[in-house]
Design a binder for this molecule. Structure first.
Ligand SMILES: NC(=O)c1ccc[n+]([C@@H]2O[C@H](COP(=O)([O-])OP(=O)(O)OC[C@H]3O[C@@H](n4cnc5c(N)ncnc54)[C@H](O)[C@@H]3O)[C@@H](O)[C@H]2O)c1
Length: 366
């Protein structure tokens, strides 16, 4: 059975060391087939020790996060990985295995990944495979990691240039989302997070969509109540979808909204993931309009929101190269390509689109 439960305070039997109830913190419980995860939105890095089981803990982090926040880490052993997609490899995983062996980490060792999506993905993968699996948790330090990467139990590394080719499904025991840590995040990284939040609103939460429209200033200044809502609503929506389809057999595909063309744009132009997804969402919304599924006015609202959050509504790219990249996409099935379209703001549908129709739409793309 899978479910998402909202609760307001830390009790508890789940984390016996957590002593206090934190007024402004929101906790969300995610029960998936591969385990139970507690997402703590608004909790602070400084309180991490309260969530650690007795015994040995090893921290995995990257060089940038370490430099910025090491003084706030608990005094435990630490393994540091490099930064960027090129560090998300089996070679980095091997380095961490080696360090764990040198540290004589055993099955009772608890591993905490402190960082963005890359650190979380590698840490979850290493913890799930070292000694056939040890317990682990995350402190998610980027907006993207808080709203997306830390929820859903996907862990893994890139291989031969293909993203996330090798990995496992497994839930972290907890994810601390320290909203204050987002203040040191470069603006471009913030925008990547906004792109995924807009995606969540567009596919399943029209109230969040309205809220994003009304709270641009709060988002820009990282107002705690605004960001808390962005993170907790995103986590709730993603956890709800994932709990119904953990291994991506159907419903979970909706989370690919904007990503099918987005990945092709990212690969062929080299723009950032968030920018490519933003342009991909606009394309998917336009396709939804031309199929008669979505009102033009709603598609325009989506484009306006994307632009307001500092993201591009279009990225020029060679149509032939885009089609070649799309054809290679793993979501291709039969004569068509699985595409997530909108039937309204907050309502997504997954359809198989004929290749010829996509070719035409891409050639007409501005
Ligand atoms: N597992 C999943 O379900 C899932 C979902 C979405 C994305 N991902 C993965 O997440 C990765 C992208 O994650 P990301 O966008 O967090 O990138 P990232 O982990 O590379 O972090 C971005 C940059 O910000 C730095 N950083 C992290 N926290 C910081 C802070 N608080 N202040 C200043 N700098 C900070 C990092 O060192 C890095 O340079 C991709 O590899 C993607 O495949 C996984």
């Amino acid at each position: 059975l899978a479910s998402v439960v909202r609760c307001g305070t830390i009790d508890n039997d789940f984390f016996p060391n957590a002593r206090k109830a934190y007024g402004s913190m929101k906790t969300l419980d995610v029960n998936g087939g591969t385990g139970h995860s507690r997402i703590l939105v608004g909790e602070r890095l400084a309180n991490l020790p309260q969530y650690l089981p007795p015994g040995r803990t090893v921290i995995v982090t990257d060089t940038i996060v370490r430099k910025l926040y090491e003084t706030q880490f608990p005094e435990v052993d630490m393994v540091t990985v490099g930064v960027g997609e090129t560090a998300k490899t089996l070679a980095s995983a091997q380095d961490i295995y080696g360090a764990l062996i040198d540290l004589e980490a055993d099955r009772t060792t608890f591993i905490v990944g402190i960082g963005g999506g890359i650190v979380c993905d590698i840490t979850g993968f290493v913890a799930s495979t070292y000694l056939r699996g040890v317990r682990f948790g995350f402190v998610a330090t980027t907006l993207l990691a808080q709203v997306d990467a830390s929820v859903g139990g996907k862990n893994g590394v890139n291989f031969r240039g293909f993203k996330n080719m090798v990995g496992v499904f497994n839930q972290p025991e907890f994810v601390i989302c320290d909203l204050e840590m987002l203040r040191t995040l470069p603006r471009s990284e913030r925008h990547s997070g906004f792109a995924e939040i807009i995606k969540h609103a567009a596919i399943g939460d029209s109230a969040l969509f309205d809220f994003m429209e009304r709270n641009l200033h709060g988002a820009d200044t990282l107002d705690a109540s605004v960001i808390e809502r962005f993170v907790s609503d995103s986590v709730t929506l993603k956890a709800d979808i994932v709990s119904r389809d953990e291994k991506e057999a159907g419903e979970r595909r909706k989370l690919n909204f904007g990503h099918t063309l987005g990945h092709a744009i990212e690969r062929t132009t080299g723009v950032s993931h968030g920018e490519a997804v933003a342009a991909g969402m606009v394309f998917a919304a336009d396709l939804s309009v031309s199929r008669g599924l979505l009102d033009r006015a709603e598609a325009d609202r989506l484009s306006a929101l994307i632009a307001a959050y500092g993201l591009p509504v279009s990225i020029p790219a060679d149509p032939t190269a885009l089609m070649a990249a799309l054809r290679r996409d793993k979501k291709r099935a039969g004569e068509g390509i699985h595409f997530v379209l909108l039937e309204g703001l907050g309502k997504a549908v997954v359809l198989e689109i004929p290749v010829a129709e996509l070719e035409l739409a891409i050639s007409e793309r501005k």
